[in-house]
Each structure stands twice: as C-alpha cells, then as structure tokens.
Design a protein around this ligand. Structure first.
Ligand SMILES: NC(=O)c1ccc[n+]([C@@H]2O[C@H](COP(=O)([O-])OP(=O)(O)OC[C@H]3O[C@@H](n4cnc5c(N)ncnc54)[C@H](OP(=O)(O)O)[C@@H]3O)[C@@H](O)[C@H]2O)c1
Length: 319
C-alpha cells in the first residue's frame, strides 16, 4: 500500500510503498483511511523531535484520522503507534480509541479539527474544572492551537475571553472570533504586566501556550493585580514556544489562590480523552468551529510538509 514514509528524520515524509498492516489482534481493526490531519504534533512526530518519539525508522506519521471499518462505518481514531500512523491507505486502530461518526459527518473537517480543538478542550474540561460563565485568558492566542482555543472557550460557555499574542492582525481576528479584550505581547515586560493587570486580573483560568520568561511576567502581574486573591485561579501550562522553563516567584503561589497544572499527553489520561471525544466530535460535526481545512492528496504529502504556504494551514492528507 502507499503511505507517507519517513526514512530519515531530517527529511520530510514521502509517498512510498509500505507493508500492509499486520493482522489485527484483540480490539484492533484495520481501517481504510479517508483523512489524516497534519497537525503540529504530527510535524514533531515526523522529524523525531516529539518527546514521545522512539526513534524507530522507517515510520509513517499521523496521530489521528478518520477511517472506514469493514462494516462501512466511519470512525474517528486516535493512534499511539510509533511505526504505522494515520498517513497511509490503511492503518490499524484500537476500536476502544475510536468513535463512530454521526451520519453525514465530513471526514476532512473532523480530521482537521479534533486535534487542534483537543488542546484547549481537555485543558478546560479535564485540567481546569472549567464552568460555563467563567473567564479565560489565552496566552499565545495568535498561534494555531491558541486561535482554536478562543472558539473552544466560547463554545464551552466562557463568559469573558481575553487573548494575548504578538501578531496584531491575528489578535484583531481573535477579537472578531469572540474574545472581549486583547493584550499585545510585543511591548516591554512592564507594558505587558500593565496590560495583563488591566485586562485579565480577574480571570478564572489561564491557557498558556507560550511559557518561558513571559509566563513569569504575566503570572506575577496577574496575581498581584487580582481584586480578590482568594478567588481560585487555574493556570494551565499547554505549550512552551517561549521557553522550556519559567522562573515563577514563590510569592505568586502564596499571594493568590493559584493552582498550576499542565495539560498534555500523560497528564490527561486516555480515558479522559475518550470520555470527551463524543462531545468534541459532535461540536465539530455540527459546524461549531470555523476550520478552513486544506486537503492534500497522499501522493503530495512531501509538499504538504515543506510548502511554506501550508505551514499555518489546517492540512488534511487524503489517501
Ligand atoms: N499540550 C498539548 O496538548 C498541546 C496541544 C497543541 C499544542 N501544544 C503546544 O502549544 C504550543 C503552541 O502550539 P501552536 O500549534 O499554537 O504553535 P504556533 O502556531 O507556532 O503558535 C505559537 C504561538 O506562540 C506565540 N509565541 C511564540 N514565541 C513567543 C514568545 N517568545 N513570546 C510570546 N509569544 C510567543 C506566537 O505568537 P505570535 O504568532 O503572535 O508571534 C503564537 O501565538 C506549542 O508548544 C505546542 O507544542 C500543546
């Protein structure tokens, strides 16, 4: 069969022949893949840089997708497989890590959206015990996952959403997508601290895609300016594009009712992910989120990984 094959982590995957999936064992199914999302997580899987990489080569990337099972049902599936991923004509899925899609669901839209929706959905639902009406600050709201987080927070009932990022055009678009206030991260630390204190001092949850020195600045400003310091604040660390470490002052943890948690593969269990999947898929299938998926045939998978014009797009590989 054809698949997107990585033989060298310094090269993009290429469409090539790959052995058919082995006969499935208990709970497994072979599916014909209809759509597999090229998410950031898949890029880091394909270049060997993701923290879960085993270094095994050759391998086929793709952590999730939509396939048709032997009974003709469409299933959204999540894979935890270092060798045969979703970007192939066929793959093996664990039926327990899949959800049968509602009739009429669009495989490309589901494959494009569920993974980006997941980072903020799980952070809010599984890590922050978020309640409708609460307010949310999204740091890194101009990025791929952060842009979706604005829509997810609104969909889950956020009362007020504050977005923070550097790209002013994208910040403005986040406001159009439903955020009530924005914070530019382009200024000095003092300017950023003042903006956080002004716009976000009373939020209930922070979704932090950036981390690094910026987090220390924003967290200190937020807890210091908090009008009611006994009001619970959950800070969810999701990404680290701004730096792997953040120097959190001890006073930040003492002077306000701050809970610091992470959200990602490991801190959110498979059972929790599966528990939330049906609601996520319902929301995606009902058109709750603006997706703008770009479909690319499997034969062109190499271009999908290297074309700068597609670097920010929600690309879906279609075998
Ligand atoms: N844990 C999970 O489940 C999960 C899921 C998805 C993503 N992630 C992680 O979340 C992070 C963001 O992912 P993404 O796909 O949204 O990435 P992305 O599209 O590259 O976006 C990066 C975002 O970070 C901002 N940024 C980058 N460096 C910054 C800095 N030094 N100071 C301030 N802002 C900075 C960018 O701002 P501008 O564009 O405005 O410059 C943009 O908003 C990554 O670390 C990714 O691995 C984690």
């Amino acid at each position: 069969m054809k698949a997107a094959v990585v033989t060298d982590f310094s090269q993009p995957p290429r469409c090539a022949d790959f052995p058919e999936p082995a006969a499935p064992s208990g709970g497994e199914l072979v599916v014909d893949v209809l759509a597999a999302g090229l998410h950031r997580r898949v890029r880091s899987q394909a270049d060997g840089s993701h923290y879960t990489s085993t270094g095994t080569l050759p391998m086929v990337p793709g952590v999730d997708g939509v396939g048709r099972d032997a009974e003709g049902r469409l299933r959204y599936f999540v894979l935890d497989e270092p060798v045969l991923g979703a970007m192939a004509e066929r793959t093996v899925i664990d039926a327990r890590r899949s959800v049968v899609l509602p009739a009429g669901a669009d495989p490309v839209a589901v494959a494009a959206a569920v993974n980006p929706v997941m980072s903020s959905w799980l952070a809010l639902r599984a890590r922050a015990a978020f309640q409708p009406g609460q307010s949310v600050l999204i740091i890194g709201a101009t990025g791929s996952a952060g842009r979706m987080a604005v829509q997810v927070a609104r969909h889950l009932g956020a009362g007020r959403v504050v977005v923070a990022g550097r790209n002013s055009e994208r910040l403005a678009r986040a406001v159009q997508a439903g955020a009530q206030a924005s914070i530019s991260l382009l200024g000095t630390d003092d300017e950023i601290a003042a903006a956080v204190a002004r716009e976000a001092a009373d939020v209930d949850v922070v979704l932090d895609y950036v981390w690094g020195p910026l987090t220390a600045v924003a967290m200190t400003a937020l807890v210091t300016a908090r009008p009611d310091r006994s009001r619970p604040l959950t800070w969810v660390e999701i990404g680290s594009v701004g730096g792997a470490s953040a120097a959190i002052p001890s006073a930040a943890l003492r002077q306000a009712r701050l809970t610091l948690v992470g959200s990602g593969q490991g801190s959110v269990g498979v059972r929790e992910i599966l528990g939330e999947l049906p609601a996520m898929i319902d929301a995606v299938s009902s058109g709750a989120f603006a997706i703008d998926a770009v479909r690319v045939p499997l034969a062109d998978v190499e271009r999908a990984f290297v074309d700068p014009a597609l670097a920010d797009a929600r690309v879906v590989i279609v075998p």
